[in-house]
Structures are given as structure tokens and as C-alpha cells.
Write a protein that binds this ligand. Sequence first.
Ligand SMILES: [Zn+2]
Length: 168
Amino acid sequence: MPQAVVHVLFTIIVLDLFRDHFLKNKKRLPLHYVFIGGIAGLLPDIDIPLFWLLNNFLSLNVTWFHRIFTHTFFFVLIFLFISLIYFDFNRKVSKLFAIITFGVAFHIFLDWLLVGGVAPLYPFSDRVYGLNLIGRLNLPLAIEGLEAIVLLWWLWHEEKTHKISDFI
Ligand SMILES: [Zn+2]
């Protein structure tokens, strides 16, 4: 972790801000791609249900492997590689995998920034890197409200730029 909602929310917000402020033609990044990016922002934590599945469903007694295989540069490169392969003959698929690449990379960045750390060079090195801001600042209450603060700020931003309350 951080919480799943932090990963989804932060990835969507960053993609949306990029879409709003840096892209000249917003149609190049349709909203459903932003949504897919949000899902990809959760993808590296697929190891948690996978672990549960292996242990409880298939009764394989594997040791806890969260934040190992799916939190590496190698995992990011898989999606980047697919995006590059498709670049010349299917731009849509290429763009889709570029968004997934971003979501996955941003997840690993957040784990690096906020929690204990990640070992991005695994399997070549077990060395764990991370700022562990949540642990170091020791402010669980403030951090627990972090996603709420970010969400409120983003809603304010959307209201200011798109008048979203007109649609409610
Ligand atoms: Zn994670």
C-alpha cells in the first residue's frame, strides 16, 4: 500500500491535469484513457490478490511476495515495450499501453515516496529504495486524510476549469 484509493485517485488526477494543462488537443487523450490509467495505477498491487489466490484457493504455501515482482523497472518495461512495438502500426494500442506504462510507473513512484520502499532492480538486486514519508513523518492521521484533501482540491480545480457543478 498506500491505500488502493490513493493509487487510483492520484493517477487519474495527474493524467487529468496533464490533459487539461499540457495537451493542446484534448481528444488525443480521451477520458476513458484517463480511467484506464487509473486502473493501471492499481495494477502492481495485483500481487496481493494473486498471493491470496495461490495460498487459499490453490493451497500452495508460497511466502508473502507483495511489492517484489510487480514493483520493478522490469514490470514497467513490459508495458513500455508493448507500446513501442505497436507504435508504427496501431497508434491506439500503442497509446493505451503508454498510459498503462505511466499508471504502473506512477504506482511504483508512490510506493517509493510514501511507504517502506521498493526494490526496482529486482531480480538483479534486492536493494530497497524509498523515502517512506508516511513512516518517517509519523503522521498517520494527516496521511489518512491526504486523499480526501487531494480529492477536494481536484474537485475545486475541476469546478474552476470545467464548471462541473453544471452537470450535477
Ligand atoms: Zn504497491
